[in-house]
Design a binder for this molecule. Structure first.
Ligand code: URP
Ligand code: ZN
Ligand code: ZN
Ligand code: ZN
Length: 483
């Protein structure tokens, strides 16, 4: 059966034009005027864009003594309702668990996914077994390895481990990702704040100032440069982090920055809300920042020094958040956003003139597909590409409310935001997967998308060459020993 999406305005990362799209099976078969097919979808007065790709989600993730509340079933329903047709989740091996073993667990978790998915592999510990298994992880179609520079005593890896792992990534044509916060400084500040009686959610923000992020991003960039590998900085939330990325890119290093939709629109005042629950619901790392930092992130997206907008969707219920009553360090870190990313970015970005429509497509889909090495199968409207499409009505309006969301938690951090411009239909590999409030994709429809190793690793700019091929100096005048 073929489907024609008729009369729409196609918006890609670099073009805006009117044409029909013919879908045959999983893929786009033709793009042009006056196409016909078995079924016709009227897209006049709407935009047709590549489906969103969310490069950063955590479904059913064991974390801080609990599990994130959305699984691949509810999470992928939320994704489709928000115009997102692919998510990249984090496979996190338990202490000393081999990454290949952990991958089996994550494949099982992802079984119910309604839309396509991939994984990043977490470097949650380091050792010979991990090193040995990395090539097979890459062969399995995972070309990215995530390092936590924070969460001391749990997920955090140290600099020596990071350098060894980054070097291994370089050998394999894989790319390291970093959660960049100085975990030692955060742990010190947390204990200091608790000792001084600051145990509320505002302590979370005080213990993770922009400086701890800026320092860690700089450090990770220097380590990546010495290892000769590109670097992707997840949840880039502040100017210090952006500045480090911008500087590295100006020097020619391949460093990518990923702001979250939450950091772009929500600010630190949320943590000073008198209602404990309101503030705790918004506890995530890094915390929300002030307006100056937000402006820096918006500017980076427009300028291209930041490339991607993600959600870090990691939803916890109120009951889970209450684990941190009386001690903010025990509030599970994470917020939702998967269902709202596209529409919020459109209203707050395109609607205000901060982003063009084409930039919007680039940062929500195309850039992500390119960086993660799945372009043009994903992230493109081209003949032969997967028919992952979102029909976006720029005139549709909605006020965000937890009452109508697909996520299983009882609140939404964007509650009350008024949206103009909404995804009204989502196609996932050629099938109508969502229409006007209704998720139609079956559980288990999603497929794992292999992401091959990228061709040659970035070349280091600094001392790397000398480190790997040190010159030997023939010395004279060596003092006699034992004198
Ligand atoms: O607070 C956050 N971001 N929770 C999810 C885990 C992570 O650090 O990405
Ligand atoms: Zn568990
Ligand atoms: Zn993180
Ligand atoms: Zn995350």
């Amino acid at each position: 059966m073929t489907i024609v999406i008729k009369g729409g305005t196609i918006v890609t990362a670099d073009l805006t034009y009117k044409a029909d799209i013919l879908i045959d099976g999983d893929t786009i078969a033709a793009i042009g005027p006056d196409l016909s097919g078995d079924e016709v979808i009227d897209a006049s007065r709407t935009y047709v864009m590549p489906g969103g790709i969310d490069p950063h989600t955590h479904m059913e993730m064991p974390f801080m003594g609990t599990h994130s509340a959305d699984d691949f079933d509810s999470g992928s329903a939320a994704a489709l309702a928000g115009g997102t047709t692919m998510t990249v989740d984090f496979c996190l091996p338990a202490p000393d668990q081999g990454p290949l073993d952990a991958l089996q667990t994550w494949f099982q978790k992802a079984g119910p996914a309604r839309t396509d998915y991939s994984f990043h592999m977490g470097v949650t510990w380091w050792g010979q077994k991990y090193f040995d298994e990395m090539p097979r992880v890459v062969e399995a179609g995972i070309n990215t390895f995530k390092h936590f520079m924070a969460y001391k005593g749990a997920l955090m890896v140290n600099d020596d481990e990071m350098f060894a792992s980054f070097t291994r990534c370089a050998e394999l044509g894989a790319m390291p990702l970093v959660h960049a916060e100085n975990g030692d400084v955060v742990a010190f500040l947390q204990q200091k704040l608790l000792a001084e009686g600051n145990n509320g959610p505002e302590g979370h923000a005080y213990s993770r100032p922009p400086e701890v992020e800026g320092e860690a991003v700089n450090r990770a960039i220097m380590i990546a440069d010495q290892a000769g590998v590109p670097l992707y900085v997840v949840h880039t939330s502040c100017e210090q982090a952006h500045e480090a990325i911008r500087r590295a890119r100006q020097k020619g290093m391949r460093v990518y920055g990923e702001p979250l939709i939450q950091h772009l629109v929500l600010d630190e005042s949320e943590y000073f809300h008198p209602d404990w629950q309101h503030a705790a619901r918004r506890v995530m790392s890094p915390p929300f920042r002030d307006k100056k930092n937000q402006d820096s992130l918006w500017a980076g997206l427009a300028a291209g020094s930041l490339q991607v907008v993600a959600t870090d969707h990691c939803a916890f219920t109120d009951e889970q958040k209450r684990m941190g009553l009386g001690d903010f360090t025990k509030i599970p870190n994470g917020t939702g956003g998967l269902e709202d990313r596209l529409a919020v970015l459109w209203t707050k970005g395109v609607g205000t003139g901060r982003l063009t429509m084409n930039e919007f497509v680039a940062v929500t889909s195309t850039n992500i597909a390119k960086i993660l090495n799945i372009y043009p199968k994903k992230g493109a409207i081209l003949v032969g590409a997967d028919a992952d499409l979102v029909i976006f009505d720029p005139a549709a309006t909605k006020t965000i409310s937890a009452k109508t969301q697909k996520s299983v938690i009882e609140y939404n951090v964007f509650e009350g935001i008024e949206l103009t411009g909404l995804p009204v239909m989502t196609f996932s590999r050629g099938r109508l997967a969502y229409k006007e409030g209704d998720v139609r994709a079956e559980k288990g429809n999603g497929r794992f998308v292999e992401r091959p190793a990228s061709a040659p690793a970035a070349k280091a700019l600094s001392t790397w060459k000398e480190l790997t091929a040190p010159r030997r100096i023939e010395r004279t005048g060596i003092p006699a020993s034992g004198v």
